[in-house]
Design a binder for this molecule. Structure first.
Ligand SMILES: Nc1ncnc2c1ncn2[C@@H]1O[C@H](COP(=O)(O)OP(=O)(O)OP(=O)(O)O)[C@@H](O)[C@H]1O
Length: 404
């Protein structure tokens, strides 16, 4: 496995489905009928579609948890039906709703299970467990020896992702992995997955029925109808701006312009600035920097430049120490956060501003509602121009036909 591990170096490989069908025993209709699709190496492809459309069946045929009735599946050019099913499964990461951890095994044993099965020695496995827990933001010293029931739902999902990645598989199958956690934790886990994937470049097949999740995570989205019929397979942007038919349009739902906020990142917009002072400065420093403008708000930063508190000039003036000025900074967004996340942070903030931090939590700037509104406006205008060009294009084609 050490050689395999080096050979693939964990990078994604292409997955191909050719006319793949599944008919469950005793069922009149196929659950999946003749699906053909290519999942490019290193991309995240999200399968979305209504309940019962066959998303899970399609995905599970890739690692042969479900055997196809007919058709061909290749991973990195290898025909999976010709491989030993157990070996295949160990080489494909798999993470499911509610994490699917073994309750009687510690977190460490859960994460180290596949490396152990494929013959890694104890030391290498144990180092890998710690590395993986670190990767998903769980302190190994604190969590390694706990049992799954001693973790929150979000932490269990993180362990599930760590376990799926442990043997460094080139392919990761994720079946509604964040379906069972609250919306805030879900957002955090999605961000973490995107951060991981930016470094790891796995080929990820992700099943969800949440279209917003698909837009946020997918390089491409396959919108599936009954029996896994592919209604549209394209980038999130293309599906949002140009749904293939009414069914896809229905799935995209209202507010497509708003949904595009999940495609835009904070780093793409110009962040603003507010006056700042560090915690060791005298309160008068911040007060003076804020000046006399009503409602102006500034930030108190810690010694490492991380935002600690919001304060107005009046609030800064009423304390002897900036560590007690105003109110704590509750929430922040990063440059990689989506504008939707930024909008949510803005809307829940008392003053309607979200603070942007860098990779070490340091202050970078702020975004406010005006910045986000301007982006929405620009997106709407872009879409309107695209639509107009298309109409003009098809009218020109139509008039050409008339003339002939
Ligand atoms: N083991 C099984 N035996 C018979 N029929 C099955 C079996 N598993 C799934 N099905 C049927 O196959 C179809 C597709 O199911 P599948 O679970 O793949 O859909 P899905 O899109 O993942 O749904 P959901 O979003 O609800 O999880 C459904 O009609 C389901 O009832």
């Amino acid at each position: 496995m050490a050689d395999d591990d080096k050979k693939t170096a964990g990078h994604g490989v292409e997955i191909k489905l050719e006319e793949v069908s599944k008919r469950y025993p005793g069922q009149k209709q196929a659950a999946v009928e003749s699906v053909t699709m290519t999942i490019p190496a290193g991309e995240t492809v999200v399968l979305v579609g209504p309940s019962g459309s066959g998303k899970t069946t399609t995905m599970r045929m890739i690692n042969r948890l479900i055997e196809p009735t007919s058709g061909k599946i290749t991973i990195g050019g290898q025909d999976v039906l010709g491989l030993d099913a157990d070996k295949l499964r160990r080489e494909i990461g798999y993470s499911i709703q509610q994490a699917g951890l073994f309750p009687h095994m510690t977190v460490g044993d859960n994460v180290g299970m596949v490396p152990g099965l494929v013959g890694w020695d104890k030391k290498r496995t144990s180092e890998r467990v710690d590395e993986m827990l670190d990767l998903v933001n769980l302190d190994p010293a604190e969590y390694r020896d706990r049992y799954p029931r001693q973790l929150s739902g979000g932490q269990q999902q993180r362990v599930g992702v760590a376990r799926a990645l442990a043997a460094n598989p080139p392919v990761l199958l994720m079946d509604e992995p964040f379906g069972a956690v609250d919306p805030i934790t879900r957002g955090v886990l999605q961000d973490e997955l995107m951060r991981l994937q930016a470094d790891l470049g796995k080929t990820i097949v992700f099943v969800t029925h949440d279209f917003d999740e698909a837009v946020k995570l997918g390089d491409r989205i396959a919108v599936l109808g009954e029996r896994s019929k592919i209604l549209q397979y394209d980038t999130p942007e293309a599906i949002l701006t140009n749904p293939a038919d009414d069914t896809v349009a229905g799935f995209v739902g209202a507010g497509a312009a708003l949904k595009q906020l999940t495609l835009r990142r904070v780093r793409e917009i110009e962040v603003g600035e507010v006056p700042t002072a560090t915690i060791d400065d005298a309160p008068s420093v911040l007060r003076e920097r804020l000046g006399t403008r009503r409602g102006a708000i500034g930030l108190v930063l810690d010694k490492r430049n991380r935002p600690l508190r919001w304060a107005t000039a009046r609030e800064a003036g009423s304390v002897s120490d900036l560590s007690r000025a105003g109110r704590p900074v509750e929430d922040s967004v990063s440059r990689a956060s989506t504008l939707q996340d930024a909008l949510e942070a803005i809307l829940t903030d008392d003053d309607g501003v979200a603070v942007v931090v860098g990779s070490r939590g340091e202050y970078v700037g702020v975004v406010d509602i005006d910045t986000v509104m301007n982006t929405i406006k620009a997106l709407r205008e872009e879409n309107a121009t695209d639509d107009a060009e298309e109409t003009a294009g098809s009218e020109a084609a139509g008039s050409g036909a008339d003339a002939s």
